[in-house]
Design a protein around this ligand. Structure first.
Ligand SMILES: Nc1ncnc2c1ncn2[C@@H]1O[C@H](COP(=O)(O)OP(=O)(O)OP(=O)(O)O)[C@@H](O)[C@H]1O
Ligand SMILES: [Mg+2]
Length: 394
């Protein structure tokens, strides 16, 4: 998790390339120690430009960048770069150097002893579960996934606090990519690194990031945690980038039963007579009544069948009510309850508060609508998930 200690601060950064091409404009961004920041956006939106200014591979045209509170412009670029790890796609490893030499480039520049370098390399190989034998091979003698692992640990070798990664896993197959995502996330957390990571892949960003920066046409459009981004995308561009399916899924993940239930379901108290029950059913055009005591505690239900069968032999609602009743909590998440409700094949399910007081009812129709929306996407982007209010006709 990120602390509140800033490691990188962009202060109104612009970058205009030769020929007047504005790559990024008014970039204001704070990256805290321990953050995993993902820069995401369309091609050409300025992600790489934004990232490369941190270690002065590119110089901004205007504005200031602070690294650990100091203006990077006043620091020597070479020593600055030694403090910041960098992983790029494919071409990261030097082909004429062994894996060992590759991993220890920066430690060597930092004049670590042979012994300390060897120790570090072996420790890191263990960390990513690669055998020490690979240390004496050349990059081409490793698979793409192994090479990328080496790229990652090379960035970790010099104990740099900040690591920049520009689409590091883009060219890998999905399985290798997933295992490397897990690896980098684990190492980042365990070793308390700060990572700035460029990606095109929203799933990757949602999985890795503690903070997602959405860019478009050289501007930061949104700066948010993954959860905030899913729940409150600032505009249509961000919604499109996230994708409707993920948004609906995210809504189910945060929507409670209480948010979609129909309020004021038809109910009756146990002391009422059967003719009263029949009259109420007729009036409200329902074939089931929920039974609650005077304090609204849910006690059971009666339905039209038992009412018909026992109309003559019984006197009150209490005599015929069924007390085995499936109900759900108002605060339960739909995500966790939908399956259970649908599997039971009930037409509707009473909803209670934490004191078992009746609060509403969830209809099967509303749930089915929601599940269909989740699978196929809703027709209207901004349609609420709530069903149209409707009479409860089980
Ligand atoms: N050396 C350069 N000279 C001129 N314009 C450049 C240069 N490098 C990048 N640009 C332009 O700056 C803008 C931002 O480029 P940048 O490489 O930062 O985008 P990106 O978001 O990393 O894109 P991608 O996802 O394709 O890698 C683009 O319009 C690009 O054409
Ligand atoms: Mg790029």
């Amino acid at each position: 998790m990120g602390s509140e200690q800033p490691i990188v601060q962009y202060k109104d950064i612009n970058k205009i390339y030769h020929g007047g091409n504005v790559a990024v404009e008014h970039i204001n961004l704070t990256i805290n120690q321990g953050d995993f920041v993902c820069l995401i956006g369309t091609s050409g939106s300025g992600k790489t430009t934004t990232m490369r200014m941190i270690n002065r591979m590119l110089e901004p045209t205007g504005g200031t960048i602070l690294f650990n509170g100091e203006d990077i412009h006043k620091q020597d670029p070479v020593s600055l770069r030694r403090k910041i790890g960098y992983v790029i796609q494919n071409i990261g490893l030097m082909p004429h150097m062994t894996i060992y030499e590759n991993i220890t480039i920066v430690p060597k520049l930092l004049k670590w002893s042979d012994e300390k370098r060897r120790e570090k390399a072996e420790e890191l190989m263990k960390l990513v579960e690669l055998p020490d034998e690979l240390l004496d091979r050349y990059p081409t003698e490793l698979s793409g996934g192994q090479q990328q692992r080496i790229g990652v640990i090379r960035a970790l070798a010099a104990n740099q606090d900040l690591i920049l990664m520009d689409e590091p896993f883009g060219a890998l197959d999905p399985i290798t990519r997933e295992s490397l995502q897990e690896l980098i996330k684990e190492l980042q957390t365990k070793l308390h690194k700060t990572v700035v990571f460029v990606t095109h892949d929203m799933d990757e960003a949602l999985k890795l990031a503690t903070k997602i920066i959405v860019m478009d046409k050289g501007h930061i459009i949104q700066d948010a945690t993954p959860a905030e981004l899913l729940q409150h995308p600032v505009n249509q561009f961000v919604r499109d980038l996230i994708g409707e399916e993920r948004l609906i899924q995210a809504r189910a993940d945060v929507t409670t039963v209480g948010a979609i239930m129909l309020k004021n379901p038809v109910s009756i108290t146990p002391g009422k007579s059967l003719p009263d029950a029949v009259a109420l059913m007729r009036k409200r055009r329902v074939d089931t009544l929920l039974v609650t005591d005077d304090n609204s505690h849910l006690k059971g239900f009666i339905d039209i069948e038992s009412l018909n069968n026992e109309y003559r032999s019984s006197a009150s609602v209490a005599d015929i009510m069924q007390t085995k009743i499936f109900y759900v909590q108002e605060t339960a998440l739909l995500r966790d309850t939908v399956d259970r409700i649908l599997k039971r094949g009930l037409k509707n399910v009473p909803v209670v508060d934490e004191n078992d007081r009746l609060r509403g009812i969830v209809t099967r129709t509303a749930l089915v609508d929601m599940v269909y929306d989740t699978i196929w996407g809703s027709a209207n982007n901004d349609a609420p998930i709530d069903p149209q209010p409707e009479e409860v006709t089980p």
